[in-house]
Design a protein around this ligand. Structure first.
Ligand code: NAD
Length: 336
C-alpha cells in the first residue's frame, strides 16, 4: 500500500526534478503527481513531454503565495526540487537565489503546515558543508553547515527553515544532501553536459584553474532512488547524504568525456578559476545506505550512458544552447 496518494513535485521541469518524475511514475504508478515549475531558463517542458498526460502541470512560482496555495491544495507530500541551482550565476546575481531558494521554501513550508501535509522532503546539496580541501574526511550529516557561495548559503538557509518547521510545528520534514549530479536532461551550463556538448561541437572545454577541484559525482538515477528511499524511510527531522563514494577532478571529467567521444585532449582549455572555488566536496552516504539505498552506477558507466544520451538528443541541447540566456552567461562568464 502506497504511503502517499497525491504528491507535489516542485521544479519538476528541471534536471533532477524531471528525472524524479519519470522515476516516480515507474515506481509509484498509483501516485497522482502535480508539478509546479516557474519555467525559468533552466526549466524545460521538453523534459516532461513523454509523460505530460500522466501528470498535472502548473506553471507557477514557489515564491508566490497564490501559486503555492493552488499547488499544495489536496497533496499529502511535497518534494521540493525547485531552486536557482548554478553557483556561477549566484556569483553574478545572488538575489533570485535568496528569493526562490529561501523565500520559496518558506512559502512551501507554510502551505504544508496549513494543509497538514504528511511529509515534506527538501532536496538540498553537499555544498552546504563547504570546502573539504586539505582533509581526507567525508562530510557527515552531523557536521556544521559552512556554505561559501551565495548558492550554497541560500541552500543552507532553506535547510534551517525546514528543520525549524519540524521542531517548532511538528511538521514531518526530511532533507537529502546529494552530491554533484549528472545525467540526461541536465542544462548544459553545468560542467558535464557543457563539456559533452562543447566536445560534440568541437569547441574547447573551459577548465577552472588547474582542474584539480574534486567532486563526488552521482548519476541522476541514483540521486532519484536516494530521494525516494529517504521520502519513504527517512527519520523525521533528519538529513541524509547521497554520494557515490567516487571522487573525480575536473581534468579527469574532461579526459573521460574526450575519450568517450574520440576527441583530442587539446580541446581542454584552462580559464580563470571560479572566485571562492571550493576544491573538494565529499560526503559519507552511510546513513542513507542504512535505509537500504545503494548506488547502482559508477562514474565510468554513468558517463558512458550520459554521453550516449547527449549524442542521441542533439535537438534537445541545441535548442537550449542557442538561446540568448545561455549564450549571454557563457560569453560573459568565460571571457571575463
Ligand atoms: P535545475 O536548475 O536543472 O532545475 C531547477 C528547476 O526549478 C527548473 O525547472 C526551474 O524552472 C525551477 N524553478 C526555479 N525557480 C523556481 C521558482 N521560483 N518556482 C518554481 N520553480 C522554479 O536544477 P537541478 O540541478 O535539477 O537541481 C534540483 C535541486 O537539486 C535543487 O534544489 C538543487 O539545489 C539540488 N541539487 C542539485 C545538484 C546538482 O548537481 N545538479 C546536486 C545536489 C542538489
Amino acid at each position: 500500500v502506497e504511503k502517499f496518494q497525491k504528491v507535489l513535485i516542485t521544479g519538476g521541469a528541471g534536471f533532477i526534478g524531471s528525472n524524479y518524475v519519470h522515476y516516480a511514475l515507474n515506481q509509484h504508478p498509483t501516485w497522482e503527481i502535480v508539478v509546479i515549475d516557474k519555467l525559468t531558463y533552466a526549466g524545460n517542458l521538453d523534459n516532461l513531454k513523454d509523460v505530460s498526460d500522466r501528470i498535472t502541470f502548473i506553471q507557477g512560482d514557489i515564491a508566490n503565495p497564490e501559486d503555492v496555495e493552488k499547488a499544495v491544495n489536496g497533496v499529502d507530500a511535497i518534494l521540493n526540487f525547485a531552486a536557482e541551482s548554478h553557483v556561477d550565476r549566484s556569483l553574478r546575481d545572488p538575489i533570485p537565489f535568496i528569493r526562490t531558494n529561501i523565500e520559496g521554501t518558506l512559502l512551501l513550508l507554510e502551505a504544508a503546515r496549513k494543509h497538514q501535509v504528511k511529509r515534506f522532503l527538501h532536496v538540498s546539496t553537499d555544498e552546504v558543508y563547504g570546502d573539504l580541501v586539505g582533509s581526507d574526511r567525508h562530510s557527515l550529516e552531523s557536521d556544521p553547515l559552512a556554505p561559501r557561495s551565495p548558492y550554497a548559503a541560500s541552500k543552507a538557509g532553506a535547510e534551517h527553515l525546514v528543520f525549524s518547521y519540524g521542531i517548532s510545528y511538528g511538521l514531518d520534514v526530511v532533507i537529502t544532501r546529494g552530491s554533484n549530479t549528472y545525467g540526461l536532461y541536465q542544462y548544459p551550463e553545468k560542467i558535464i553536459p557543457l563539456f559533452i556538448t562543447n566536445a560534440l561541437e568541437s569547441k574547447s572545454l573551459p577548465i577552472y584553474g588547474d582542474g584539480s577541484a574534486v567532486r563526488d559525482y552521482l548519476y541522476v538515477e541514483d540521486h532519484c532512488s536516494g530521494i525516494d528511499i529517504v521520502l519513504h524511510a527517512g527519520t523525521s527531522g533528519h538529513a541524509y547524504n547521497l554520494g557515490a563514494r567516487m571522487e573525480v577532478n575536473g581534468i579527469e571529467v574532461a579526459k573521460t568525456i574526450l575519450g568517450l567521444l574520440d576527441c583530442p585532449e587539446s580541446l581542454m582549455q584552462a580559464v580563470s578559476d571560479r572566485p571562492g572555488h571550493d576544491y573538494r566536496y565529499s560526503v559519507d552516504p552511510s546513513a542513507t545506505e542504512t535505509l537500504g539505498w545503494q548506488r547502482q552506477w559508477d562514474f565510468q558507466r554513468g558517463m558512458a550512458q550520459t554521453v550516449a544520451w547527449y549524442k542521441q538528443n542533439w535537438d534537445w541541447w541545441q535548442a537550449v544552447k542557442s538561446k540568448k540566456v545561455f549564450q549571454e552567461h557563457y560569453n560573459e562568464w568565460y571571457n571575463k
